[in-house]
Design a protein around this ligand. Structure first.
Ligand code: NAD
Length: 477
């Protein structure tokens, strides 16, 4: 297992010599002692990315050949899928079947952007006067990618793939809790033939390595996924060097069940909407809004299903609820459960910490009924397996409750009425709306937020554009 910093296609300890322990949250074992990067290491990585970016080799590499490198990286990742999935599960605590899905999505993302590399074009412009005017799309430069711990490999690919496809070079700062798959990716980058400096990986603390990347004058763009609070800080700090910034932040997404929905499908969707990924999913359907006429029925079925969803060994093929990423996160989630009880919501399933084989930072699948706007469990992002159920009278009230949040990342709508489905999808202020489904992602489908969920999009051709500058060229005829 790689535990040093990956800079310029080589492995090195941190300049300070510091290392820190990375924990398996399901077993509480220390998995590895990883080099802890700080400002000095970030500077070395940025210099490496800059030198690569400015080099004739990188500048002279045709977009098609650049795409070829990404195709190769995707193939290598696919060949090593088992190793990556197992490592992700050990480091994050998520069930192995989820890690397999993560790796498959990362492979898809590298392939999708590999295909875009030679299809990025400018326009010819119908300007007045004797001119031929056109635009060029040029890479923005060195990209600092900062990602959280919930989908470590996958979210890194959402930044690295479009950045490299656009011709940028990258310094990746993984979350300090989960750096292992990002480091393993370094091996594949070398094997795929990426030139030294095209991709660098520097694990470390947010306040040290992350902040240094945000402040570094040689970094042209920060692509960030994480909490709204850190996103706000990054936006302020990036002003000093006028960096381009894209922010994928938190969420408190409404999943709306109308009385005319296929209720069996809607209950399944509500369950996976909140409990997939242990609820540590930015787009988790953490507010379930149920039309009054079917409220009791839905809550009863959902509570029954949640009670059966026992936390288990993430390597057991039957496990559908893994360990939370850390003890800190477990404590945070439990404090929200305590707040829900205190504020008078009715606990109908779960609510307790759990252990598997006497170890681990697990929390039961938890459902609160009778939740109301103004309660902490309704207004704040919990980032754990905790669902708040609210009820509404009619479509107008459903929409009003759905939009009553500072966030706007995603939403679900369950109804058999096709007109209502489209009407509600339009009325909801969120970057993604799933109709009669929840939690689907594809490299071709842009993903990102409205309001405090951030701005800019990952995935799709929209993401690619944010890694480019537009240059307008005027030629007098
Ligand atoms: P976090 O904001 O604490 O950390 C995210 C990353 O930022 C980590 O790599 C961290 O080390 C780094 N960081 C922390 N402080 C920093 C600083 N001052 N300067 C630079 N970097 C810094 O978030 P987290 O707890 O790791 O992740 C959970 C959050 O991420 C949730 O709010 C969740 O909603 C959000 N998230 C959003 C999306 C999305 O696509 N919108 C996806 C996944 C997670």
């Amino acid at each position: 297992m790689r535990t040093d910093l990956f800079i310029g296609n080589a492995w090195r300890p941190a300049a300070s010599g510091k290392r820190y322990g990375v924990i398996n949250p399901a077993t509480e074992e220390c998995l590895a002692e990883v080099a802890e990067g700080d400002a000095a290491d970030i500077d070395a990585a940025v210099q490496s990315a800059r030198t690569c970016f400015d080099s004739p080799d990188w500048q002279g590499l045709s977009p098609r050949k650049r795409g070829g490198l990404l195709f190769r990286l995707a193939d290598l990742l696919e060949q090593r899928a088992k190793d990556f999935a197992e490592l992700e599960t050990r480091n994050n605590g998520k069930p192995l079947f989820e890690s397999r899905i993560d790796v498959a999505m990362a492979v898809q993302t590298y392939r999708y952007y590999a295909g875009w590399a030679d299809k990025l074009t400018g326009d010819t412009l119908p300007v007045d006067g004797p001119f031929f005017a056109y635009t060029l799309r040029e890479p923005v430069g060195v990209v600092g990618a900062i990602v959280p711990w919930n989908f470590p490999l996958n979210l890194a690919s959402w930044k690295i793939a479009p950045a490299l496809a656009a011709g940028c070079t990258v310094v990746l700062k993984p979350a300090h809790e989960t750096p292992l798959t990002a480091l393993l990716l370094g091996d594949l980058a070398v094997e795929a033939g990426l030139p030294p400096g095209a991709l660098n990986v520097v694990p470390g603390m947010g306040a040290a390595a992350g902040a240094a990347l945000v402040r570094h004058p040689q970094v042209d763009k920060i692509a960030f996924t994480g909490s709204t609070e850190v996103g706000q800080w990054i936006m302020r700090e990036a002003a000093g060097t006028v960096k381009r910034v894209t922010l994928e932040l938190g969420g408190k997404s409404p999943n709306i069940i109308f009385a005319d929905a296929d209720l069996a499908a809607a209950v399944r969707g509500a369950q996976t909407g909140i409990f997939y990924g242990k609820g540590e999913v930015c787009a988790a359907g953490s507010r379930l809004l149920v039309e009054k006429a079917v409220h009791d029925q839905v809550v009863e079925q959902l509570a029954e299903r949640a009670k059966k969803l026992a936390p288990g060994d993430p390597f057991d093929k039957n496990t559908r609820l893994g360990a939370l990423v850390s003890q800190r996160q477990q404590q945070k989630v439990l404090s929200y459960i305590a707040a829900g009880k205190k504020e008078g919501a009715a606990l109908v399933a779960g609510g307790n910490p759990a252990q598997v084989n006497g170890k681990g930072y697990f929390v039961e699948a938890t459902v609160f009924d009778g939740a109301r706007a103004g309660m902490k469990i309704v207004d704040e992002e919990i980032f754990g397996p905790v669902l708040a159920v609210l009820s509404f009278e009619d479509e107008a009230e459903g929409i009003r409750l759905a939009n009553r949040t500072m966030y706007g990342l995603a939403a679900g709508v369950w109804t058999k009425d096709v007109q209502k489905a489209h009407r509600v999808a339009r009325a909801i202020k969120a970057g993604t709306v799933w109709v009669n489904s929840y939690n689907f992602y594809d490299a071709a489908a842009p993903f990102g937020g409205y309001k405090f969920s951030g701005f800019g999009r990952d995935l799709g051709k929209e993401a690619l554009e944010s890694y480019t500058e537009v240059k307008t060229v005027w030629v007098a005829l």
